[in-house]
Every structure is written in structure tokens, then in C-alpha cells.
Design a protein around this ligand. Structure first.
Ligand code: 5GP
Length: 367
């Protein structure tokens, strides 16, 4: 072996060990996204879609509560995670993660006016102000029993400490925490007090994290690996982001998700809060943007701080009518997916699902 440019001890070491000073680490096993797989149909004893139950009853690991819902959660984005959305979706049983920018008075008013609307989670980041506000909302609204602790990067030690501290303070509240994409961090969050771990880094419709940072994990594989880790400890997972149609939600449940979180699917609905505009052709559109986009940062913190860049984008979405119709379409697709694989409930989906890898999902002949 000949090493050019290194003298003395360094070259002697490299020649002896025959190892490069730096080794590239690459995981070679294939990681899959929604677009890479389809669900293989299986023989089934189900006669009709009406025999499928889509309701879930999760008994949470740390807070020891039962969460009953249909397994769809609207994202805690200020465009879709609104009180209006919660009221509209309460009859369907879908959950809404209310965004963190409502103040205490708005929460009080919501609870007073809608005491029966219980399908909500209260969101908080990790700032001191966030946590103090969380405490006061929970104290003022005793019917709110689910907390969503939400940061873009759930891998920091500080975030884990926050999860522990909130668990200590609110032992009987359901804690959703994220986002992560790997088994070891899922376990860590559950052991530190999370009941439900939110899975997804970079798959969102208005997310640009993968472009800005190069960081991410294909969502189907992330869900499989995190669900396996969570279920091993008696915890649960939410597949968060990247769901573009009911089929993607079916794949997430097939991969082991207990709940799915959707933002973009609910954009443009009557109950979404984005600014509405008319296009030159007379059609109506609503603004939808990522919570790390410059639009959101301008709105909530006066602009993008100098030390960071925006990791979300802003889009115009055609107005699409009531959010309840989106839930019905999602549930209709899921019920059908269950009958294709012979699952009587969403809970049975992973046991009945075999994925096939594909190079093409759809026939695009008509666009
Ligand atoms: P969607 O259902 O629209 O594909 O994904 C929604 C999810 O995208 C949200 O629940 C949240 O986890 C994520 N998200 C929302 N805003 C942003 C953003 O500005 N940047 C990134 N990286 N993710 C976002």
C-alpha cells in the first residue's frame, strides 16, 4: 500500500491497519415510502365494507386512559388545527390537534361554548412561555386531556427532558410527543412519559426539511420501525405527514400506525383558516403553509430569525368544501382497504398486510 502525502506515524498506522481513516456509514437495506408499495389483496371472509369497524380504543401506556376515536388526527397547523375544525369533525369521531397559537382566553371561550366537543389535543412547543401557557390551558379546561408536544426535531435531549417534566406534572393526561423516525428515539420518548409518538421527519406536503437539510426517512419504513418499538413497550404511534389520499392512510395503518395525522388533506376546507382569495378565472383558493415557512414565521414571530432558514412552503389550494367530506372519503377508502385484506378493524390491518414493492402506482393515461 502506498499513502501519498502522509508521513511518519499516520502513514505507518494506515498501512498497518489497511483501513481508511474515515469510513462511510450507509444503511444498505431498502427504506420505503408510500409511493414505493401497494397492499397485496388477501382472501377474506368479510362480505361487506359495513362489517368493518374503524373506531379505535387505545389504552395509553403511561396515562392509563382510553382514547376512543376514528384514527384520523388533523395536524396542529394554524391553517387546519382550528376550533372550527374540531366542532365540524366532532360528530365523525376524528381528532384535531389544535395549533399552539390560540391564547388562554380563546381556549376558555371554546370550552365554555362547546363543552361537548372533546376531540381535541392542546399543542405546545418547548419554550418556557409555551409550557406555562399549556399549564394554564389545562387548568382552565379540565375536559382537555390530551397534550401534543411538538417539535420539528424530537432528537434533542432537551426535548426528552420537557416530555419528562410534563409527564410529572400531568400524570393522567395523554401525551403525544414527536417528531422522530427511528426505533431508539421512539422507545426513549415512551420511557420518559410519552403515550403516543409522532413519526415523520420531512414527508409533509408543505415541508422543505429534506431539501434544506438533507435529513429524513421514508415514511412507511419509519412507521414500521417506530410502531414495532412503541408496541413492544405498550405505546402507540401516529404516522404524521405525507398522506395524500386514503390509500396512503391505509398503507400507514398496514405499516402499524395507530393513528394518522393529516394537514394538506384538510387544507382548503370550509373550516380551514387560511386566507381566501379569488383567482383571475373566478375560482376560489385558500392559503396553506408549513409551520416553519416564512409565512408562518412572519405571522407568529415577526419573521425568519437570522440563524435559521424557512423549512416550509406556502401554497394556494382550491376551496374544497366541508372537512367532514374529507373524513368521510378517508374512512370510505380505509373501510375498502380493510375488506381487500380481510381485516375487520383497523387494528387488524398490520397483521393482514403484505406490501408489494412497485415501480408504478397509478395509470396516468388521463393525467
Ligand atoms: P401533510 O399531511 O400536509 O403531508 O403533513 C402534515 C405535517 O407536516 C404536519 O403534521 C407536521 O408534522 C409537518 N409540517 C407542518 N408544517 C411544516 C413545516 O413548515 N416544515 C416541516 N418540516 N414540516 C411541517
Amino acid at each position: 500500500a502506498r499513502v501519498v502525502g502522509l508521513g511518519g506515524a499516520a502513514s505507518a498506522w494506515m498501512i498497518m491497519s489497511r483501513r481508511p481513516a474515515f469510513s462511510l456509514r450507509v444503511e444498505d437495506d431498502v427504506k420505503l415510502d408510500f409511493k414505493d408499495v401497494l397492499i397485496r389483496p388477501k382472501r377474506s371472509t368479510l362480505r361487506s365494507r359495513s362489517e368493518v369497524s374503524l373506531e379505535r380504543a387505545l389504552v395509553t401506556r403511561n396515562s392509563q386512559r382510553e382514547v376512543r376515536c376514528v384514527p384520523i388526527v388533523v395536524s396542529n397547523m394554524d391553517t387546519v388545527g382550528t376550533f372550527e375544525m374540531a366542532c365540524a369533525l366532532a360528530p365523525s369521531g376524528a381528532l384535531v390537534a389544535i395549533h399552539k397559537h390560540y391564547n388562554l382566553d380563546e381556549w376558555r371561550e371554546f370550552s365554555r361554548l362547546h363543552p361537548d366537543v372533546r376531540n381535541v389535543m392542546v399543542s405546545a412547543g418547548t419554550g418556557a412561555g409555551d409550557l406555562a401557557k399549556l399549564d394554564s390551558i389545562l387548568a382552565a379546561c379540565p375536559t382537555v386531556t390530551t397534550i401534543c408536544l411538538d417539535v420539528a426535531n424530537g432528537y434533542s435531549e432537551f426535548f426528552v427532558e420537557v416530555v419528562s417534566a410534563v409527564r410529572e406534572k400531568w400524570p393522567r393526561h395523554v401525551i403525544v410527543a414527536g417528531n422522530v423516525v427511528t426505533n431508539e428515539m421512539t422507545e426513549e420518548l415512551i420511557l420518559k412519559g410519552a403515550d403516543i409518538v409522532k413519526v415523520g421527519i420531512g414527508p409533509g406536503s408543505v415541508c422543505t426539511t429534506r431539501k434544506q437539510t438533507g435529513v429524513g426517512y421514508p415514511q412507511v419504513s419509519a412507521v414500521v420501525e417506530c410502531a414495532d418499538a412503541a408496541h413492544g413497550l405498550g405505546g402507540h404511534v401516529i404516522a404524521d405527514g405525507g398522506i395524500t389520499c386514503p390509500g396512503d392512510a391505509a398503507k400507514a395503518f398496514g405499516a402499524g400506525a395507530d393513528l394518522v395525522m393529516c394537514g394538506g388533506m384538510f387544507s382548503g376546507t370550509d373550516e380551514s383558516a387560511g386566507e381566501e382569495r379569488a383567482r383571475p378565472d373566478g375560482s376560489r383558493v385558500k392559503l396553506f403553509y408549513g409551520m416553519s415557512s416564512s409565512t408562518a414565521m412572519k405571522k407568529h414571530v415577526g419573521g425568519v430569525a437570522e440563524y435559521r432558514s424557512s423549512e416550509g412552503k406556502t401554497v394556494e389550494v382550491p376551496c374544497k368544501g366541508p372537512a367532514a367530506d374529507v373524513v368521510q372519503d378517508l374512512l370510505g377508502g380505509l373501510r375498502s382497504a380493510c375488506t381487500y385484506v380481510g381485516a375487520r378493524s383497523i387494528k387488524e390491518m398490520p397483521k393482514r398486510t403484505t406490501f408489494v414493492r412497485v415501480s408504478q402506482q397509478l395509470n396516468t393515461f388521463f393525467g
